[in-house]
Each structure stands twice: as C-alpha cells, then as structure tokens.
Design a protein around this ligand. Structure first.
Ligand SMILES: *[C@@H]1O[C@H](CO)[C@@H](O)[C@H](O)[C@H]1NC(C)=O
Ligand SMILES: *[C@@H]1O[C@H](CO)[C@@H](O)[C@H](O)[C@H]1NC(C)=O
Ligand SMILES: *[C@@H]1O[C@H](CO)[C@@H](O)[C@H](O)[C@H]1NC(C)=O
Ligand SMILES: *[C@@H]1O[C@H](CO)[C@@H](O)[C@H](O)[C@H]1NC(C)=O
Ligand SMILES: *[C@@H]1O[C@H](CO)[C@@H](O)[C@H](O)[C@H]1NC(C)=O
Ligand SMILES: *[C@@H]1O[C@H](CO)[C@@H](O)[C@H](O)[C@H]1NC(C)=O
Length: 507
C-alpha cells in the first residue's frame, strides 16, 4: 500500500516531469505593457511556516516576509522536476503590535524544495504545503558602528552626521537612534538585495535610508535620499519618529518598502510605500535609482520617477515591494490590509503588477527634490511630469488558484485564509526544461532581441509575529491569534527578464 504522502510525491513527480511547460491549471492571464505580453500562468507552489516556529536566538521567527532573496549560487533544478535553493529572509522589527521593541535586526536562511504543482485537482491544505517545503537553517544578527547591536525602537533621537559626510560615502549621515541613553541605530527593515560578494543592501522605513552590510551583518555605509523624502517637522528639522507623520517627507511607516537591483548595470532602485506628505500622501509615490557600481567610492542618485499606485474605492493600495524585470520595467506588489492577520476577510486588492518608467519624466536633481516643491500638491500630479505606466498583473486573491492549494478568500478567518500582508518578491528561472517555450520577441530599435523565459515568482507574507505561543526578546507572549507565514509561488512569463534574473542568482 502506498501512503498518501508517497502517492502525492509520485503525482507531483509525474506532473513535474511530464508537463514541464504546462500552465498551472487554468486559463493563463496575460497583460500587455508597451507592446510586450506578460503572462500569469497561475499558482504552482504553497509553503507555510507555523506561527510559533522559533529561530536560533530563541525568538519566534515571526514576520520573515518583509524581504526575501534567493541566495546567489544556490538555485538548482533537480532531474526529478523539483528545485532547491536557499532563501534569505528578513523580518522588520519584531513583535511590535503593542509598541516597537529593542529588537536587533536580523536575517535568516531557509532551505527549500519546490515541486511545482500544475494540476487542476485541489490538494488538501496539508498536501499543498509539500509543494514548497521550507527548513530553517540559521540567523545572522545585525550590528552598526563600534559593533553595537541595532534596535527596532522608535527613533526618538538623532545622532549627528559623522565628519566627512556628503563627501566621504563611508561617513554616516544623521542617524535615527532610539534615545540619547541608548544611541543605537534603529531599523525598521524592509527591502533586501544580496550582492554577488555576499554584502547586502537593506532598505528601511525610519530614515528612510538604504544601508550596506557585510555578509556577517556589520554596517558598511548609508545612503540618505533627497531632502524631499526625509521626515522633517514644520521648521525643517529632521525627526525620524514613526509615531506621528512629519510635516514633509515620507509618511510614518511609509518608508523604503521596496528595493531591487539591476545587476547588469549595478543600479539599485528603491520605492516609497506611498506618496510623501507634501505630495498629498497619495497615490503618486517615487522610485529612486542609485549607481552602486562603486559603492564605497561614490553612490550617485541617477534617476527619480513618479509611480501611480492603484486606487480602489478612493483608497490607495500602497506598495510593499518591487522587483526589476528588464530595463525600465518592474514588478510592483501593491495591496490592501485585508486577509488573515489583517482587517477583514474580503480582499479588495493584492497584486504583483507591472510598471514601466521608459516614458516617465526623470525628476531627480529638480526642484521636486526639495520639500518646498511637491510633485503632486494635494494629490494632483504636476502637469510637467509624466508618471510611470502601471498595469495590473498577478492577482494573489484568485479563489480558483488558491483553492487548488487548500486556501481561500473570504470567511472563515482561519489559517487557510490568504494572509493580509504580502511584502516580498523573488524571481527564478523555470529553466531549460521548457525548450519549446522559448521564443524571440522584437522590442524595437533600441533593444536587442530578448528571449521569453518562464520565471517563478515567489511571494512571501509578513505575519507581524502574531502567535499565541510567541517569544520576543526571550519573553513568552500571546498575541491573541496565530498567523502562519505563507509563501506562494507563481509561474509567470516575463519577456526580457532572463539576463537580470540569471545575473542576480549567479547562474
Ligand atoms: C526530488 O528529489 C528531492 C531530493 O531528493 C526531493 O526532496 C524531492 O521531493 C523530489 N521531487 C520529486 C517530485 O520526487
Ligand atoms: C511609450 O511611448 C511610446 C510612443 O508613444 C509607446 O509606443 C509606448 O508604448 C510607451 N511605453 C509605455 C511603457 O508606456
Ligand atoms: C507549535 O505549536 C504546535 C501545535 O500546538 C506544537 O505541536 C509545536 O510543538 C509548537 N512548536 C514550537 C516550536 O513551539
Ligand atoms: C547558514 O546556513 C547556510 C545553509 O546551510 C550555510 O550555507 C551558511 O553558511 C550558514 N550561515 C551561518 C552564518 O551559519
Ligand atoms: C565609536 O567609538 C568611538 C570611540 O569610543 C567614538 O569616538 C565614536 O563616537 C563611536 N561611534 C559611534 C557611531 O558610536
Ligand atoms: C520628534 O517628534 C516627536 C513627536 O512630536 C517628539 O516627541 C520628539 O522629541 C521629536 N524628536 C526630535 C529629535 O526632535
């Protein structure tokens, strides 16, 4: 007699081996952007980490989906149709539902086995979790100057800039610190990019800043964005607190949620979660490009564009992550706060969309970089500025797709309801097992020919450390509900993405 697990494994294996190029079980959805067709082939994997899972410091692993990256050099396609690799995942600032805590920033490594499931037959919730099986490996804690632990506390105070700041790229600007008594750098970590040499970029909500760390978690340098983005009071003084909105700059808790790299040109892109206060805290958010080809020598801001976020029933669906696709084109994860661990079971908007900046106005170095000149006063975009072109793409809350993995939208509010907070994206190639699915598309005179690749899109959620059996800074807590970490893997066709994905993964 075969066990149900073995039967599932055999079924998965048969599917994976027999139908490598098959779309996932429902009519594929396609969208066109600047004449290029992008296809959502559907959900092919689901993973889960229980809400009470702990990590090596003893704390609950918690909301690890603030940012994810596939560790360069680890992505493998196995001969049996599965894929393996190591994911680096990053939580934000610990269990902070009551108030921010003195949580040292950290990242974790998880190994995974992905066995894409493309059949129409719904899997049970338990069996579905075997399609993307995750194993916790280890944790790296983050330190700032003088080997001091970072903190997650609200940044009530400011540490003065180091001598040489503005001319020496290794000197810190004004830094957000918890208090004068505890002058530790305080981080609310969101975006993460791992470089080929193991160093990594981390974007944060408080500054909002971008930091470069060594592979073993020690700060190297800090990027400070233009004055228009920095949180300032009505007198023009910096104030990093996230307890109240500033007079100008990023709104509270609306910092650099998204970070991505074009590894072919060494361009680092960061996006604000939503528009600045002077821009009406509205749908017009900004994307920044930095040349990081010589990080410790100079990091110039080389581009800045306005991205119009989706608006549903007058509500802005803020962005939680972006991912570079091809020159000028990005994935953008925009969403509501509904779902498990959130504020209701009816999902209004949870999508990985696409935008292009190829026709958008580059506003970097203009008056819009100062807080006195809003780019969208009272939420109305300046007529001199063309925003990015934004189109909807992958809907996470597709009941048919979720149903194939034992998940649902709407009532009941249990652990098979899709989570509220999706915050991270990663891409990996399906690989040469789909040879007939490789076409050529002409993209016009300024571009070379680009192949079409099938790409796996990984999406991770942030559970805000919600567990009834939690441990925070070594102390047990009960958050009143259990929200597991959920992981979704989609299969998508992204023309032009292959070179960047291959370079990022070290393939
Ligand atoms: C392929 O092999 C790996 C490693 O042994 C295993 O974890 C995975 O479940 C296998 N996949 C299938 C479809 O059998
Ligand atoms: C940019 O403008 C050109 C010319 O009008 C148009 O063909 C193209 O589709 C536009 N691209 C985007 C991304 O909007
Ligand atoms: C998590 O909770 C489950 C169910 O209550 C229990 O079986 C498991 O041992 C717990 N794990 C940890 C790490 O506490
Ligand atoms: C973490 O685990 C991964 C995978 O086993 C390993 O490659 C890496 O060296 C480990 N890192 C640390 C800091 O132990
Ligand atoms: C690091 O320590 C040195 C020596 O005590 C001190 O002068 C410096 O201000 C410290 N730097 C920071 C960023 O705390
Ligand atoms: C920032 O603003 C908060 C709230 O208004 C205030 O409590 C705090 O003292 C201010 N911090 C600085 C550094 O001015």
């Amino acid at each position: 007699m075969f066990s149900p697990v073995l039967l599932l494994a055999l079924a998965l294996r048969a599917r994976a081996a027999a139908t490598p190029a098959q779309a996932a079980a429902s009519a594929a959805m396609s969208v066109s952007l600047a004449g290029v067709t992008y296809v959502n082939q559907g959900l092919v994997g689901f993973g889960r980490i229980p809400s009470n899972q702990t990590e090596s410091t003893g704390d609950t692993i918690g909301g690890i989906g603030s940012a994810i990256a596939i560790k360069p050099g680890t992505w493998r396609e196995l001969s049996n149709g599965s894929y393996t690799g190591i994911l680096v995942v990053q939580p934000d600032r610990g269990y902070n539902v009551i108030s921010p805590i003195d949580y040292q920033a950290r990242r974790h490594e998880l190994s995974f086995v992905l066995t894409p499931y493309t059949d129409v037959q719904p899997l049970s919730f338990d069996d579905a979790q075997k399609t993307f099986a995750l194993t916790y490996r280890n944790t790296t804690l983050l330190f700032e100057r003088n080997n001091t632990k970072t903190s997650g506390l609200d940044p009530a105070k400011i540490r003065a800039a180091q001598p040489g700041f503005t001319t020496n790229p290794l000197a810190d600007p004004q830094m957000p610190i918890a208090s004068t008594a505890e002058p530790h750098l305080t981080l609310d970590s969101e975006g993460m990019i791992i470089n080929a040499d193991g160093t990594y970029w981390l974007s944060d909500e408080y500054g909002p800043y971008i930091y470069l760390f060594t592979a073993d978690g020690h700060i190297i340098q800090t990027i400070q964005p233009p004055a228009a983005i920095l949180p300032m009071d009505s007198k023009g003084n910096l104030n990093f607190t996230a307890n109240v909105d500033p007079a100008t700059g990023r709104a509270a808790n609306q910092g650099f949620e998204g970070l991505t790299l074009d590894p072919l040109t060494s361009t680092l892109y960061a996006i604000l979660q939503s528009g600045t206060i002077q821009d009406g805290a509205a749908q017009y958010t900004r994307l920044f490009a930095y040349d990081v080809s010589e990080p410790s020598f100079t990091i110039p801001l080389i581009g800045e564009w306005v991205v119009p976020l989706p608006v549903v029933n007058s509500k802005i669906e803020a962005t939680s992550e972006i991912h570079f696709v091809s020159p000028g084109v990005f994935l953008c994860l925009s969403r509501d706060g509904n779902g498990h661990g959130g504020s209701g079971t009816t999902i209004k908007y949870k999508q990985a969309d696409l935008f292009s900046i190829t026709n958008a106005t580059n506003i970097h170095g203009t008056a819009f970089d100062s807080p006195g000149t809003p780019v969208s006063p009272k939420g109305k975009l300046a007529s001199s500025v063309t925003p990015a072109t934004y189109v909807g793409f992958v809907n996470y809350a597709d009941a048919t797709q979720l149903g194939r993995f034992g998940l649902h939208v709407g009532d009941p509010d249990d652990n098979t309801l899709i989570n509220a907070k999706w915050e991270s994206l990663a891409l990996a190639p399906v690989g040469p097992s789909a040879p007939d699915d490789f076409f050529f598309v002409h993209r016009g005179a300024c571009f070379a020919f680009h192949g079409i690749f099938f790409i796996l899109l990984f999406a991770f959620s942030d559970n805000d450390f919600l567990s009834t059996q939690g441990i925070s800074l070594g102390v047990p807590y009960d958050a009143g509900e259990d929200v597991d970490n959920q992981f979704l893997v989609f299969r998508v066709t992204l023309p032009g993405a292959a070179p960047g994905v291959a370079a990022a993964l070290g393939l």
